[in-house]
Design a protein around this ligand. Structure first.
Ligand code: NAD
Length: 716
């Protein structure tokens, strides 16, 4: 039975294997496909009328790689090293059979070929790639904590040299046709509808059935091994770069380096076994499971709007009203126009609105100069943005988003003015980062249409959007806001209303803890470096400088004013107050904060910190600082889940990684707790509460979960 590959043989004796896994938009390496491929290979080798074969795909893309959904459950199923090894060896064996079948096989790569898809092509003797900007090739396994386990770590270095192959695999970089040809990953480019024809021609005219590495006297381009100066240099530099970037939190890059190093000083088939050994270690480990689950499976589901309320007709925003053309408004206008929406960009004066539009112009000019957009496309996008200071221009908007100053009065005013113009069914959204949505909705005549759509800065780069549901927000408003996020091709999470919602609330525990440690006398360099060593993108003090200490201070004082007696000052409050009010060091924008910003040199920690925050005689270990910084963020996430701000652990994980840069190796904040084990996490919080203060205290709810052995993500 052959369900996944259409097999035909033409009059010239060329077999065509057309991959077409049923029920999937993309071909993936399912067990069934592997079985069918093995069957087709037998027919190719055994049929004397077949001279050679061409491998291609019936779908627009060639192949995406392994079926990660299956692999995510491997850890929970208790996959052993042996099982992981066998999994990789099954793929390797079949691809090796193809490579050594004695007849020439060419890959006609009609579109994207990633991971296992490219590994299959690398096992073919010749590769023709579609000369199409959408056709990308690459080995992105590292981005989900794995390595290419179907021969990729062995074939790519032998094909293009270790020096070129390693960065591609370590960064999981995808390359387009031109670069793929230049690097030598493919032999030839052709228009997408001619790739099969060219591949056939090669089989007929040149058809060499032997891989370069199977020929006598083969040497790896650029050399390999401990005695080769160039190879040694690559591994020495590579290892230190890796340690500097990944801080040993990610096992996959190290495993890739090892598989390449060991595999390229041994015979090819031994190399394949070495690769499988390292693959097995990764696939049966918790880091790969966490990364695959959050970054691939759950993110994929969020992108497909898993949280969209059912039974509501699909919608699209044709015209957007953008109130406030400052940093956020200008960014939101840009991404919306790029997604084809007409945008009325409104500010208090036409000059301010124009300035907002020039932000798009600058970004589009850059895109044109980098060849990512044509001048015509850029003009078309710009043409969609209309700067204005007249509310009448909001007429016909399906959605209005406000990003005016963070001031309740101003927000109430623009809400009323916009609602006087827009249709009763239009959605009104606030991009506020701190003010509860339910309170802001009081200024609205239609609170059911009022919602939070919280973007992150810079809007064009940040992939996450946090949708905030107020008390009266209707399911329809949620559905339509999610449809808008999908139009932008960003990833949404849906959370319930609370001060700081989910992302801002948990992220501030990180910066707050950093400032608290400073006040405790912990060396600021230790705080900053330990955060980086945990794989947070920036240290807490540096990030405070970026968003400005002044803003943090303002938000805290606003919360104090709003909450009155219920307000519990954050532990870093006193540091912010002192930095802003006494020391006039308000952040990077002002040229000074926790860091100094010299004109022609990198920023450096302000020496004066030592005077105001003298170092304690005893300093903690870097591990303890790391652990404090991660635990406090995860604990606040658990509180959000307990309070119903979060209703889905997947939202927690996705929001933490894509919203504020919680380390991807953890799989996100709640995966982090599950990985430690809820009981152990609670014990760790108890210890920290004793040592550092009540902000680490856990609730009865969390303690009960720990006692009951209940994880946040149910085991697969
Ligand atoms: P900004 O100061 O850069 O821009 C605000 C803009 O609103 C200014 O151009 C101002 O002229 C305009 N404005 C003020 N009053 C107005 C009115 N009555 N009518 C029309 N326009 C008016 O501020 P920003 O950083 O873009 O932030 C805007 C909103 O987005 C705030 O609510 C903020 O909390 C939120 N936010 C900011 C970030 C961030 O990183 N900066 C991230 C997420 C959300």
């Amino acid at each position: 039975m052959n369900n996944t590959i259409q097999y035909t043989v033409d009059a010239d004796g060329i077999a065509t294997l057309q991959l077409d896994v049923p029920g999937r938009t993309m071909n993936v390496l399912t067990p069934e496909l592997m079985e069918d491929l093995a069957g087709c290979l037998s027919r190719v080798t055994e049929d004397p009328a077949v001279r050679g074969a061409v491998l291609t795909s019936a779908k627009p893309a060639f192949m995406a790689g392994a079926d990660l959904k299956d692999l995510v459950t491997a850890y929970d199923r208790g996959m052993t090293l042996e099982e992981g090894y066998r999994l990789s060896q099954t793929l390797s064996h079949t691809f090796r059979r193809l490579e050594t079948c004695g007849k020439p096989v060419a890959a006609a790569i009609n579109g994207v070929a990633l991971g296992g898809g490219l590994e299959l092509c690398l096992a073919c003797h010749y590769r023709v790639l579609a000369d199409d900007p959408g056709a990308k090739v690459g080995l992105p396994e590292v981005t989900v904590g794995l390595l290419p386990g179907a021969g990729g770590t062995q074939r790519l270095p032998r094909l293009i040299g270790i020096r070129e192959a390693l960065p591609l695999m370590l960064e999981g970089r995808q390359v387009g046709p031109e670069q793929a040809l230049k690097l030598g990953i493919v032999h030839e480019l052709a228009p997408a509808d001619r790739v099969v024809e060219r591949a056939r021609r090669w089989v007929l005219e040149a058809g060499d059935p032997e891989a370069p590495w199977d020929k006598k006297g083969f040497r790896i381009p650029g050399g390999a091994g401990a005695m080769h100066p160039k190879a040694v240099e690559t591994f020495m530099v590579g290892t230190s770069l890796l340690a500097g970037k990944a801080f040993h939190n990610y096992p996959a890059p190290k495993a890739i380096m090892s598989a390449v190093y060991e595999g390229t000083i041994t015979p090819f088939d031994t190399g394949l076994r070495i690769e499988s050994k390292y693959f097995a270690q990764l696939v049966s480990g918790v880091v790969a499971r966490n990364m695959m689950r959050t970054l691939f499976v759950h993110k994929g589901e969020a992108d497909k709007l898993a949280r969209r309320p059912a039974g509501i007709a699909k919608s699209a925003v044709g015209k957007l009203g953008m109130l406030g053309a400052g940093m956020m408004g200008a960014g939101i206008a840009y991404v919306s126009a790029r997604a084809g929406m007409e945008v009325s960009l409104l500010d208090t004066s036409i000059e301010a609105a124009d300035r907002g539009k020039s932000y798009s112009r600058a970004l589009l000019d850059k895109a044109v100069s980098r060849g990512k957009s044509t001048p015509e496309q850029a003009e078309a996008v710009l043409g969609l943005i209309k700067p204005t200071n007249d509310y009448a221009d909001l007429d016909g908007c399906d959605l209005v988003i406000e990003a005016v100053f963070e001031d309740r009065g101003i927000k109430a005013d623009v809400t009323a003015r916009a609602e006087a113009v827009i249709a009763p069914a239009a959605i009104f959204a606030s991009n506020t980062s701190t003010l509860p949505i339910t309170g802001l909705a009081e200024a609205s005549e239609r609170p059911e249409n009022f919602i939070g759509i919280h973007f992150f800065s810079p809007v064009d780069k940040m992939p996450l959007v946090e949708i905030i549901v107020g008390k009266k927000t209707s399911p329809e408003a949620i559905a339509r806001s999610l449809d808008y996020v999908r139009q932008l091709r960003k990833t949404p999470i849906v959370v319930n209303d609370s001060r700081g919602f989910y992302t801002s609330r948990c992220f501030t525990t990180f910066t707050n803890e950093g400032m608290t440690m400073l006040a405790e006398g912990i060396n600021p360099a230790l705080i900053e470096n330990a955060a980086r060593m945990a794989s947070m993108p920036v240290g807490p003090l540096a990030v405070m400088d970026e968003v400005t200490i002044e803003l943090g201070y303002k938000i805290a004082t606003q919360a104090e004013a709003d909450l009155g007696d219920e307000y519990r000052p954050v532990s870093g409050f006193e540091v912010m107050r002192k930095m802003v009010e006494e020391l006039d060091r308000k952040g990077k924008r002002y040229g000074k904060g926790f860091y100094d910003y010299p004109d022609n040199a990198p920023k450096r920690l302000w020496r004066g910190l030592a005077e105001h925050y003298p170092l304690a005689a005893e300093q903690p270990s870097a591990d303890e600082v790391k652990q404090r910084l991660l635990v406090i963020q995860a604990l606040e996430t658990a509180r959000c889940y307990e309070e119903g701000v979060l209703t889905d652990p997947a939202d927690a994980d996705i929001g933490s990684i894509f919203g504020w840069g919680f380390p991807p190796w953890t799989g996100g904040t709640l995966s982090f707790i599950d990985t430690i084990g809820v009981a152990k996490f609670v014990a760790e919080c108890d210890r920290m509460a004793e040592a550092y203060g009540p902000r680490y205290e856990v609730s009865d709810w969390l303690r009960a979960r720990a006692d009951g052995g209940e994880t946040f993500h149910p085991a697969a």
